[in-house]
Design a binder for this molecule. Sequence first.
Ligand SMILES: Cc1cc2nc3c(=O)[nH]c(=O)nc-3n(C[C@H](O)[C@H](O)[C@H](O)COP(=O)(O)OP(=O)(O)OC[C@H]3O[C@@H](n4cnc5c(N)ncnc54)[C@H](O)[C@@H]3O)c2cc1C
Length: 440
Amino acid sequence: MQNRFDRKIIIGLILATTLPFLLLFINLSEVLPITNSGDFWAKFVFITANVSGLIGTILLVWSFLLGIRSLVLLITPDLIWVLKVHKWIGKYGLLLVFVHPILEMIYYLEGIDWLFVPNLSTETQVYITVGRFAFILFLVIYLTSAVLRSRLKYRPWLYIHYLSYPMLFLTFLHANSIGTYLNKYLGLKTLWFALLFLFQILVIYRIVEWAGWLKPKYKVISKSKPTENIVILVFQPAGRSIKAIPGQFIFMQIKHFGESHPFSVMEFDENTGQITIGIKTTGIFTKKMEYLDIGSRVMFSGPFGIFTREAHNDKPKVLIAGGIGITPFVDVINKFCNDQTILLYSNKLSSQILFHDKFKTLMGLNYTAFVTQEEGVNKSNIVYHRIDKDILLRLIGGQKLANNYQYFLCGSPDFITSMVDILKSNKVNTSQIYTEKFSY
Ligand SMILES: Cc1cc2nc3c(=O)[nH]c(=O)nc-3n(C[C@H](O)[C@H](O)[C@H](O)COP(=O)(O)OP(=O)(O)OC[C@H]3O[C@@H](n4cnc5c(N)ncnc54)[C@H](O)[C@@H]3O)c2cc1C
């Protein structure tokens, strides 16, 4: 319920800071630098160009703000939802940014080359050219993020995404100097200066954050390697600490000005503040976890996420994990498991199953491990098969009981998609299904 309110605040703020610009349409004739006041369409194009530029810039600022995790955390821990809004604005809201230069081009009866070819002949042209550079950067960011994202690797995409910083700065500079409305209305000009100031402060804040100086520090106090490619690390706060509820995740940074990566808090000890994390060490960053020794220091930020919040009670629940997707469920099981808690845990190989004995002891026959790429004889807690529609129904006690449970799914995007399909084919209401993908 709380997060619905958080969401309303964010949506409300976005609307409250963009919609008022539509009022600029009221005063059509006053702002126009032309005399042919009878030409409604010319006016309309001109004003739409300007208003779309203003709203587009505010949406760019929102995109920027929603990308700052620590700032978002002041309003909501629901980072996954915020990132969805960030993506939505990026994909659809920012179409307005295209409208601005295209309508300007139409208004001034220019050709398409006008959008891109620099012209430094007058001061006004210099500032229009600043806008051209901002537009070219915007095109690159838009194409790589909204159109080609799934075809690009994560890091090239991320580095291109950082171009949004110079792009936003150039956008402010462009509008500040030649924006028709900004030069007409003092209030608007003041707002623009305030936004530019805020932007500069936040860029400095981002750099300080990237340095890791503001983040809580932790040190490794225990390390184990239960299976190949999995490492379990226990961290002790070395100063300020983070309090996580089951299912939440933190971002970990291992060096100043280094990358930050999300990991679910597998266990949180309220007395000591210790945080346990289980990591599959198969990528560029996660492989480095293998080399963290006892005493190594890292920086955390968070806690983020609201996944499993609806499981923090004694109601019937089914937890479905794929591979390392077991991590957010460990503390849910530690703290909220009862005889109506069912765990289905799928791995390719039996050697990859984590905490098998612990789950057997705690959950008995309510726990089943699935092994999908190995032959074997089924036992009470191990099935050598994929999770499928029939097996799921059998484990929850039949179709009639399907909607008695809440379902929590965690793993790779493909795993989640196939599990959601299975649940839907068992006529489970989508409102009963909660998911966390280990990717975004
Ligand atoms: C909410 C959440 C919780 C997670 N919890 C765990 C966990 O408990 N244990 C675990 O082993 N893994 C977890 N992951 C996955 C883990 O964050 C990625 O596997 C890791 O960041 C990959 O980085 P890499 O450089 O090792 O791999 P790479 O091979 O370089 O990247 C593999 C993929 O991981 C994703 N990725 C890479 N860097 C980032 C980043 N900085 N932020 C977000 N995604 C990124 C991209 O989709 C990329 O294509 C979680 C992911 C999310 C989103």
